[in-house]
Design a protein around this ligand. Structure first.
Ligand SMILES: *Cc1c(COP(=O)(O)O)cnc(C)c1O
Length: 386
């Protein structure tokens, strides 16, 4: 019976210690949270600027619901598109230096929709092997041939591009890789896109708000502009709320508005959220002090945390993974940290390659230097434990 097969699949997850469960929080997002009744110091969220807990943002949400009440009521092209959605799109496009933008409910939906709108059967997608799952799913949905190149390997990518006879081509990459924290070589990728007549889709989920002048993102940081560039920013990480946007050249966005199925066939996000997101962009733009504090915490962790067996991976972003290797050891270390009130997620295959289980530390401007010291001290002690 179908249900027996499903139960066997669940049991198999249990056998391999791969069954995942949720921790339930009883307090707002921030470094100090109540989890299942316990006070914890958390290094897990992507709230890099500490905006999720920012009172001005909570107030903007209240003002948004006072002005726009509840849901959008329909999809954008039916009757679910509000003035404030347009205002947000205009603001976001200008902020990242693009001509136009489209606001979507989540980054997953943006990535699921963008590639299929640009390429299809007979075309090809070239994707970094460490790209986020949503980009992989978008590529599969596009039904184009999917060519994955080894992480950051520009010569492998160049070879694949040179050999391709596809009608239309798109290179797809994370800007900041979510489990490693390192940066894609965006300038070189754009040069390849130009040489081989490709789109270049850049998922800046972890860069928007953090990288570049005033947090304008990875493309602004690299000083890149081209009609080939399609920028995906997400609004649930540094922006502290929820949502995403796709930005680029005006004709490209005009086409996406006609063809992105994850935009067309879904209810518009609540206009109140768009209202609050305008405040979020303001806070990001005025957030140099937060970004400076974040950079100091990153430098502090890297200076403080001296490891021998484990390895703090090379990363200059708030994602600071500690490579442990063995799955069971990574889980045991995460549990030992948890037992002393420190919450750091262990990331195992298939999220990361076999043999590269790690702790994924993520830092926020809302952390203190003392928080970081406490984590570093605990990790160094646990590494020496037999
Ligand atoms: C989080 C994330 C997404 C998905 O964004 P959501 O808004 O959370 O759906 C997409 N890409 C990357 C690289 C991410 O880390």
């Amino acid at each position: 019976m179908l249900i027996d097969r499903l139960r066997a699949d669940l049991a198999a997850l249990d056998d391999r210690a791969l069954r995942r469960s949720r921790r339930t929080l009883d307090s707002a997002c921030g470094p100090r949270v109540q989890v299942d009744g316990q006070p914890m110091l958390a290094f897990c969220s992507n709230d890099y600027l500490g905006l999720a807990g920012e009172p001005a943002l909570a107030e903007a949400l209240r003002a948004g619901t006072a002005r726009w009440a509840g849901g959008a009521g329909a999809s954008h092209l039916v009757s679910g598109h509000y003035r404030v959605h347009t205002q947000l799109e205009t603001r976001l496009a200008a902020f990242v230096g693009m001509e136009a933008a489209l606001y979507l409910s989540t980054g997953y939906m943006a990535n699921l929709g963008v590639a299929p709108a640009l390429v299809g059967r007979g075309d090809a997608i070239f994707a970094d092997r460490l790209n986020h799952a949503s980009l992989v799913d978008g590529a599969l949905l596009a039904r184009a041939e999917l060519k994955r190149y080894p992480h950051g390997d520009l010569s492998a990518l160049a070879r694949l591009l040179a050999r391709s006879t596809a009608a239309r081509k798109a290179i797809v990459t994370d800007s900041v890789f979510s489990m490693d924290g390192d940066l894609a070589p965006l300038a070189e990728l754009l040069a390849l896109a130009e040489r081989h007549a490709c789109w270049l889709i850049v998922d800046d989920a972890h860069g928007f708000g953090v990288l570049g002048p005033q947090g304008r993102g990875a493309l602004a940081a690299a000083g890149l502009a081209s009609w080939r560039l399609i920028y995906v920013g997400t609004l649930g990480k540094a922006a502290g709320l929820s949502g995403a946007f796709v930005a680029g050249q005006a004709d490209v966005l005009a086409w996406l508005l006609q063809s992105m199925r994850t935009y067309l066939f879904t209810t518009g996000a609540p206009p109140a959220l768009a209202h609050a997101l305008l405040t979020s962009v303001d806070l990001i733009e005025q957030g140099d002090a937060r970004r400076t504090r974040l950079a100091a915490l990153i430098a502090h962790l890297r200076a403080e945390l001296q490891l021998s067996r484990w390895q703090l991976m090379p990363s200059g972003t708030p994602i600071q993974p500690v490579l442990i290797g063995d799955n069971a050891e990574a889980v045991a270390v995460a549990q030992a940290l948890w037992d002393e009130g420190l919450w750091v997620p262990a990331i195992r295959p298939p999220t990361v390659p076999q043999g590269s289980a790690r702790l994924r530390i993520s830092l926020s401007a809302a952390h203190t230097a003392e928080d970081v010291r406490r984590l570093a001290t605990a990790l160094q002690r646990l590494e020496k434990r037999p």
